[in-house]
Design a protein around this ligand. Structure first.
Ligand SMILES: CC(C)(COP(=O)(O)OP(=O)(O)OC[C@H]1O[C@@H](n2cnc3c(N)ncnc32)[C@H](O)[C@@H]1OP(=O)(O)O)[C@@H](O)C(=O)NCCC(=O)NCCS
Length: 177
């Protein structure tokens, strides 16, 4: 599977993420406790951590275990967030985050739909799935609008360190072919 360098939607351009995106990612959301509240990592204040994460995803993209795009607004090229996935055989697990300035305008639904459409067109991918914290209804709604179905509740599934050290309950959503 070779992920496309660029996926275009009506308003967005999803571009393969590179270490050179670090400054924009750091400024857009990596330091924001609200944007990272339900994620598996928390802001550290160090741009080197953002660089290191991007270097890792570039390596994982080249060995076929991960996908990662930065989300740019077509009209001005501004970096709005990221979307990516972990590849495990015939399954892709999505993850995504958008800077707060862009919430509630349908952007992430547009991005998730595009990645799901691309992934399910790939011959080897049969399932695209993701989890979201039970207290993150905006993310659940994005997945529903993108055609994913709630499959269940995964109790004590994931640690979201901005909230606390204990594993949190998450909903699991998926779409299959
Ligand atoms: C979750 C997130 C990606 C949503 O992106 P977005 O571009 O704002 O999503 P959309 O605008 O496409 O859709 C959001 C939907 O959630 C709804 N929503 C937003 N806040 C809500 C809330 N507190 N309760 C219920 N619904 C809510 C919106 O009304 C909208 O639904 P609608 O179109 O039916 O009205 C964005 O808020 C984000 O990046 N959050 C921080 C990172 C994160 O949580 N990532 C997901 C980890 S699983």
């Amino acid at each position: 599977m070779i992920p496309p360098e660029v996926i275009e939607t009506a308003r967005l351009r999803l571009c393969s993420a590179w270490e050179s995106d670090a400054e924009e990612v750091f400024a857009a959301y990596a330091q924001d406790r609200d944007a990272t509240r339900y994620l598996a990592w928390r802001p550290t204040g160090k741009i080197e951590d953002t660089r290191q994460h991007l270097r890792l995803t570039v390596r994982q993209r080249s060995d076929g275990t991960a996908l990662q795009w930065v989300i740019r607004r077509k009209e001005d090229g501004r970096l709005m967030g990221t979307i990516g996935g972990r590849v495990d055989g015939h399954k892709v697990e999505l993850g995504y985050v958008l800077a707060k300035a862009f919430w509630n305008s349908g952007y992430m639904t547009e991005a998730v739909r595009a990645v799901v459409e691309w992934a399910l067109r790939e011959a080897d991918i049969f399932r695209v799935w993701a989890v979201c914290d039970v207290d993150n209804p905006a993310s659940a709604r994005v997945m529903e609008k993108a055609g994913m179905k709630r499959e269940g509740l995964l109790r004590r599934w994931s640690i979201h360190p901005t909230i606390g050290p204990e594993p949190r309950d998450c909903y699991c959503y998926a779409i299959t072919k």
